[in-house]
Design a protein around this ligand. Structure first.
Ligand code: C5P
Ligand code: C5P
Ligand code: ZN
Length: 477
């Protein structure tokens, strides 16, 4: 931990020294919270800065930044995968994606000309805070928002009030999903946030919508875990509750947070019985209960109160090119941006349900080592990965899911999600996406368990062949 904190401190010093800073962050919930933490920190330092959210950090974006040549660039929730392209930049990175390298590489053409070479090298100064370089797994240990928070905390102790955003970022990247609680470095943030009274956490039902949805709706939309005979069936969910003698409505539809302890216990024990009776096993049943994270300063019954719902609200903004709206909400807007975010949340939920239904209609194509679907234009490229995550949690038979969707840039967006068990056996999709996409003329990366790529249209079949072979090789090594 000391080395990690030391690096956070070094980055903090560079930020303190910079005259002007450009923050570049990712468009998803973790990226938006990371950017918000960086931004509030710089505001408190009285720095001149601007922030920008991007879907991906590609070479083009880095070249633009080089042309602009600001005194310092702060990459949050991205950057580590592109560090080899950053020659000539003065930058800091707070990220958790698998680093491409720990070094900045000056390309051959620049090296040929000694003057350019020395010029590029003398300008280059890139420092990153990333759990991977300290031997930890960036998919679960800490998120982009978390690493950014550690730097913020070094710069100003007041920034502990940003800890809840770091938790929302981690939950947004599903870092609590494997162990049903946050672990590793995330735990330090959590404890600090609790001590200061910003966050509360305890064991409860892990359902999405605990704070905001009528209980029967919450059950109807449950995908992690799926509830056999209930998920997707409104009437069945209502009857399930009625049969247990639980009133659906008092003055208003009752939400999970409105139920008594006894009522909750009854529902959970019946759900466990149901899951086991339907042959899904203990592992699925155990996913009913886990740690939940409450933002104590947010109003009860709103989507901002529960970290998981807050993260979904942010994804609903960022994944539809409105990251700034989510960013404004993170920084405290409860007026126009918040209202807009709520509208987008509704649309996002509808899109996810439609996306899931679409894949169920066309069916997953199963192969020996993977299964896949091609959404074409039917699912937005930015949410196709979320749909893949949801589908995976419904699967009895645990094979990785590869999803394709048409991308607005004319290429094909690839998202992949893997069962944890295979990752534990050595499968690593950050490598597979990177190498397989390069073989068909694309690019990719991410985490062992969740990764993505962009490949040329028409290369899908070839790509699947390569990926399948790589999975086989990794698992049978
Ligand atoms: O780019 P970024 O790191 O934010 O993306 C992380 C992605 O990993 C999220 O979309 C999340 O859904 C996915 N993930 C997952 N299962 C996990 C951990 C992360 O699907 N156990
Ligand atoms: O878009 P999706 O949620 O599927 O992305 C999963 C992970 O893969 C994210 O961490 C994302 O940053 C990464 N990814 C990547 N290169 C791409 C697409 C996705 O590194 N071309
Ligand atoms: Zn992230």
């Amino acid at each position: 931990m000391n080395e990690f904190l030391k690096r956070a401190k070094e980055i903090a010093l560079k930020i303190r020294d910079a005259e002007r800073i450009v923050v570049v962050s990712h468009i998803d919930a973790d990226g938006i919270t990371a950017g918000s933490i960086a931004s509030r920190t710089l505001e408190r330092l009285g720095k001149d800065f601007r922030i920008e959210f991007v879907k991906q950090l590609d070479k083009k974006k880095i070249d633009e930044l080089k042309d602009e040549n600001p005194p310092l660039v702060w990459f949050t929730d991205l950057g580590s995968g592109m560090i080899h392209e950053m020659y000539g930049l003065n930058a800091v990175i707070t990220d958790h994606h698998v680093p491409s390298s720990q070094d900045v590489i000056v390309p051959k053409h620049a090296r040929k000309d000694l003057r350019t070479f020395f010029e590029e090298m003398s300008k280059t100064d890139v420092l990153q805070l990333n759990p991977h370089i300290f031997g930890r797994d960036g998919a679960v240990d800490i998120s982009g928002a978390g690493t950014t928070y550690f730097v913020a905390r070094e710069l100003d102790r007041r920034n502990v009030d940003l800890a809840p955003l770091a938790i929302v970022g981690a939950v947004g990247d599903l870092q609590d999903s494997e162990y049903l609680r946050l672990i590793g470095t995330n735990r330090l943030i959590l404890k600090e946030a609790k001590e200061w009274g910003y966050i509360d956490y305890f064991l409860d039902a892990r359902f999405f919508g605990r704070e905001t949805r009528p209980v029967y709706k919450m059950l109807q939309y449950s995908t992690d875990p799926i509830l056999p005979t209930l998920t997707g069936d409104e009437r069945a969910c209502m009857n399930f509750l009625r049969n247990l003698g639980i009133p659906l409505k008092r003055e208003n539809w009752r939400r999970w947070i409105d139920l008594s302890f006894e009522e909750k216990r009854l529902i959970l024990s019946e759900l466990v019985k149901l899951i086991l009776r339907m042959g899904y096993g203990h592992e699925l049943a155990s996913r009913l209960i886990g740690e939940v994270y409450i933002l104590k300063n947010e109003e009860r019954g709103t989507p901002l109160r529960d970290a998981k719902e807050f993260a979904t609200l942010l994804n609903a903004c960022g994944r539809y090119k409105n990251a700034i709206i989510g960013y404004n909400v993170c920084l405290g807007d409860r007026d126009s941006s918040y209202k807009e975010a709520l509208r987008m949340l509704n649309r996002h939920r509808r899109n996810l349900v439609e996306g899931l239904n679409f894949v169920k209609e066309i069916g997953l194509i199963k192969r020996e080592y993977l299964q896949y679907f091609h959404a074409g234009d039917r699912i937005n490229e930015n949410i196709v990965g979320i749909v893949a995550s949801m589908l995976l949690s419904e699967e009895k038979e645990q094979l990785p899911i590869i999803a394709f969707a048409n991308s607005e840039d004319g290429n094909i967006k690839v998202s992949v999600r893997s069962p944890r068990a295979l990752v534990n056996q050595g499968l690593d999709f950050s490598i597979i996406m990177k190498e397989a996409s390069a073989k068909v003329g694309g690019y990719g990366g991410g985490h062992n368990i969740a990764a993505g790529a962009s490949i040329p249209r028409g290369k899908e079949e070839e790509f699947i062949e390569i990926v399948e072979k790589m999975i086989k090789d990794m698992l049978t090594k």
